[in-house]
Design a protein around this ligand. Sequence first.
Ligand code: ATP
Ligand code: MG
Length: 294
Amino acid sequence: MEHHEFHFPTWRHAARPKPPGGENGVAIRVRDLKVSFGTQHVMNGLDLDVYKGEVLGFVGASGMGESVLTRTILGLIPKHSGTIEVFGSDIDRLSPEARARIERRFDVMFQQGALFSSLTVKQNVQLPLREHLKISDRLADELALLKIALVGLSPDAAEKYPSELSGGMIKRAALARALALDPELVFLDEPTSGLDPIGAAEFDELIGTLQKTLGLTVFMVTHDLDSLYSICDRVAVLADGKVVAIGPIAAMLQCEHPWVKSYFQGERARRFIPGNAKERAPRAEIATPVTRTI
Ligand SMILES: Nc1ncnc2c1ncn2[C@@H]1O[C@H](COP(=O)(O)OP(=O)(O)OP(=O)(O)O)[C@@H](O)[C@H]1O
Ligand SMILES: [Mg+2]
């Protein structure tokens, strides 16, 4: 399958700093990745670069393998062949110590949130702190509450168990846990799925703010067109086990790959296309006046 690469800036992203290129500007580099389950080849020669400091939106049809790619980069699913470099290091060639040092620099928010149901929000957020840092209980409490506040949860939520939280609160709590160790890179797997449009817009805004203020690199699997338009610097599209298109969102609108075309120019996507002013009503603009405390 042909690989479509685009470089021109978009009407929405022109004001943003261009992601730095070059060797030092790449957070994740994947080359010729193959991952199979029995006879099912989920990744089939996939190449991908994620630049430092960008929000990369990763899109594909459901079941195409977005979560598998995320888990493979994280080292949770074995690959058949290919290379994965994170912050310039091939993760297969590192000593356990060096690998642990790299792993400290990234974290993940899984598709289902994956909080421990028997622990409170605060205890969930403290888990990575306790695992990696030798700190007092008091400091662990303070740090956890800081992260909980950072994602917009009230201190009351800290003492609640996952079953006592709304879907949006679970997403925020999972994000707080992913941010516990101040990672440089976060993987978010469908962070806005299941949220109402206002909650999803708030979550997008939160991710965008954290990315800008903390200088995070964000690898975000999503099917949410609003998220792709509002916070992603670039979009990568997965089809047939490969990245078939990558670039700013405006480039996706010109891409001739059939799946990309139907996704970005199909019925649901029309309202986003410049010029369709009557139909275009980006969610973030609708949600701006709404303030809410969770
Ligand atoms: N551990 C596993 N063992 C066997 N097959 C798996 C495993 N994990 C995923 N798969 C298969 O790999 C394919 C891709 O799964 P994946 O979870 O990546 O889908 P996805 O693209 O993230 O879908 P969705 O958008 O619905 O979350 C599916 O066919 C799935 O059944
Ligand atoms: Mg998935």
